[in-house]
Design a protein around this ligand. Structure first.
Ligand code: HEC
Ligand code: HEC
Length: 308
């Protein structure tokens, strides 16, 4: 009798509904990645193994599962995703592309020590962070099958890469802030000319059969205010290297910053770390020292960061 009571109390304590309310935000600290070294002339980027080399056994099955989740996240693991995004939208070419935050550049850099808060973060925690903020979702547990699959896929892509060495092509290459700053108004013009054709005039992306073919850049189905991409500097880095699609490096640094600022001057889902319902308090704790961003800042007479 006693045993049953304890078991049911435990079950209640760990029921998903309660956990969702009380679980701490995974990897609260979403601070920027350190810049990777530049590739030397003639040096090649790390080359991940090709898909045809994936073995035909349980290991290969797990790699393929991770790859499928990475590319088609929303359909494969809807329980963890709260918006319309897939991992591959920001980690391009199946997580293989240098300068688009490739998984092979990430895997070997964890566990990562952060002197700022004197903490060690595991690779699983880093992935949980992207589920929580970039996917605006509920992260899978560290020992869940989805997490095992994503880690196995990353391990496979990093085959032959040295552990603990920041490789050229990791993250997004930094585009320094232009000396005159940035302009949201100019960014709107860059957007109309270079981006709207795919991401839509309203920035909400384009769908076929309920599935985004061009991901949203803001609005309810986009990444939330806590995601790394909400920083204008990080978005400028990504955009300069990778957008417009297939024409990376075609924008000037100024255009990349302007259009990143325009994109991030729109509303998106709330930062899940919101403190006491206060944008001001949340800005002070999490945004004031997080690169360049507009959370809690007044733009066109409105304080951004209200969430959707
Ligand atoms: C030819 C179509 C096309 C054009 C033009 C284009 N994009 Fe994209 N963009 C995409 C696609 C497709 C993805 C997702 C990539 C993937 O899944 O492989 C993407 C991804 C993104 C992302 C990351 C995912 C997200 O939704 O937040 C951002 C940010 C972005 N684009 C910004 C821009 C900006 C800014 C411009 C204009 C300078 C631009 N894009 C022009 C097709 C395009
Ligand atoms: C909206 C864009 C976006 C989406 C979607 C996204 N990420 Fe990320 N991811 C980022 C950004 C931005 C960073 C940090 C890059 C930086 O700060 O320079 C990052 C970092 C990472 C890292 C660490 C990279 C490193 O080199 O240390 C991993 C691993 C990762 N993401 C995995 C995932 C997985 C798995 C998914 C899907 C569940 C996902 N991401 C979805 C934008 C995104």
């Amino acid at each position: 009798m006693k045993k049953i009571l304890i078991a049911s109390t435990l079950a209640l304590l760990f029921s998903p509904a309660l956990l969702a309310e009380t679980a701490p935000v995974s990897m609260e600290d979403q601070s920027q990645l350190p810049q990777a070294p530049k590739k030397a002339d003639g040096e090649a980027y790390h080359q991940p193994p090709s898909d045809s080399e994936i073995p035909d056994n349980a290991f290969g099955d797990m790699i393929r599962k991770g790859q499928a989740i990475f590319i088609d996240t929303k359909r494969q693991v809807p329980e963890y995703v709260g918006n319309g995004m897939n991992c591959v939208n920001c980690h391009m070419d199946q997580g293989k592309m240098p300068n688009a935050a490739p998984l092979w550049g990430a895997y070997t850099m964890y566990p990562a020590y952060r002197s700022k808060n004197d903490k060690v973060n595991t690779y699983a925690e880093r992935i949980q962070g992207c589920f929580e903020f970039s996917m605006n979702g509920t992260p899978p547990a560290a020992d869940s099958e989805a997490m095992t699959a994503l880690i196995t896929y990353s391990y496979w892509l990093a085959k032959g890469a040295p552990t603990g060495v920041s490789l050229p092509g990791r993250g997004y290459p930094e585009v320094p802030q232009p000396k005159d700053g940035y302009s949201i108004e100019r960014g709107e013009i860059v957007y109309k000319e270079n981006c709207a054709i795919c991401h839509g005039n309203d920035g909400l992306g384009q769908k076929v059969d309920d599935h985004y073919v061009f991901p949203p850049l803001w609005g309810p189905d986009s990444f939330n205010w806590g995601a790394g991409m909400h920083r204008i500097n990080t978005a400028a880095d990504f955009i300069k290297a990778n957008m417009p699609l297939g024409k990376g490096q075609s924008l000037t640094d100024q255009e990349a910053w302007d259009v990143a600022a325009f994109m991030n001057s729109h509303e998106r889902p709330q930062d899940p770390r919101l403190i006491d319902g206060s944008v001001e308090k949340t800005r002070e704790k999490y945004h004031a020292n997080d690169g360049v961003n507009l959370y809690g800042v007044e733009v066109n007479g409105k304080i951004l960061g209200q969430g959707i």
